[in-house]
Design a protein around this ligand. Sequence first.
Ligand code: GDP
Ligand code: IMO
Ligand code: MG
Length: 425
Amino acid sequence: MSVTALLGLQWGDEGKGKMVDALGSDLDIVVRAQGGANAGHTVRVGETTRVLHLIPSAMLNGHVLGVIGNGVVVDPLTLVRELDALAASGVLVEDRLVLGERAHLVLPWHQALDEAMEIARGAAAIGTTKRGIGPAYMDKAARNGIPAAWLTRPKEFAQRVREDLEQKNLMLRALGAKALDADTFLPGLLAVAARLAPRVADSVGLLLDAEEQGKRILIEGAQGALLDLDLGSYPFVTSSNCHMGGLLAGSGLPPRSVGRVIAVAKAYCTRVGAGPFPTEDCGAVGEGLRRRGHEFGSTTGRPRRCGWFDIVAARFAARTNGVTEIALTKADVLTGEPVVKLCTAYEVDGVRTTDFPGAALERAKPVYEEFEGWSDDLTGHRDSDALPQALQVLIKRIEVGTGVPVTLVSTGPERSQTVLRSRSA
Ligand code: GDP
Ligand code: IMO
Ligand code: MG
């Protein structure tokens, strides 16, 4: 049971990158298992802030091996850009990175199709990140995808790209989009393939062996439980399972290897893109959270929708994922709010419930409990007993409501601003 899984408990951007990095000193291996460059995981060490899209966040710790697992969809051009940007800032990760041979590639037509399909959806657009994620998983599920193993066979890869592009251009034209010309991107793609080929390996075998040797492994989830393809607010979801099941299938690690399931949750809620969000506050409270929490997308820069913490949704996510502990982030953003609200039930069609609805979520109206706020600056705190009493009360209510202990509290974006919470607190 040497594996820890870490996932988002809400609609993404909970602070997973920050927490993974903070846990990095106690890890041997960090694995991304699903999603792709739609993720934007922010890590701040000292004064330097970095946003990682494909490279696992704990790799900023110089001893940690990073794995891009079989369940990830990888845009090789983005990956190389990210490696170069890190190297330029003095962080060398390339030799410690393994790219799973079974991971599927995101290629230029996937981004073009993502964009064209969003335009075709019109008012029903999902608000995707346009990183080609949905189309890449479509190809994977349809058995038309190109796994990363092809990067090691340049001639066959080039031919396959040309052949596939003919099909994809038919689709692009049918959607009213411009066809792509392989000559404009193939030379660059082949250069990137040559660079990445030595990194391509059997990540599943590597992880199984490491687990048997008792290596400390963390699976870094992307997106969040409520964006899960099966359990999220479909169709306003991403195209992978951000659920625990996706973290296992996307790494190849067996369920019994996982000892801890850490869910990262913000002390309030945010969402980017369209879809139901019962506690969304479109007024001054939401505006204040966005401003103080710098709630603008790490990948797209879009303003995030903001609202109060939703215990009904968090309990559902905790139960479906078998969460063993919660890491609570961004409580410092609530500092100064005279009253802090938690949504502890919904009213759906006039009936009060604490069960998280499926299709009826868009009709759910939040029922709030109000709590006294606090004015102490949390950002210097390193001791959980010293956290303000009002915050302790709020945390207790979250624990009772979700049925999960809060074991970590993040009090700021920096790696060291992380408080281990003693059970007595
Ligand atoms: P992720 O996608 O879950 O990794 O989250 P993002 O990086 O997209 O968004 C989280 C944002 O909150 C980033 O800007 C982090 O630097 C920041 N952050 C993380 N934890 C804290 C915290 O406890 N307090 C504050 N103020 N910011 C935090
Ligand atoms: P991290 O890992 C927040 C959202 C998009 C959109 C929907 C589908 O940083 O938490 P997609 O491009 O995946 O097809 O978009 O999912 N989304 C995210 N929202 N954080 C993310 O990742 C997200 N990845 C995708 O905004 O609503
Ligand atoms: Mg993010």
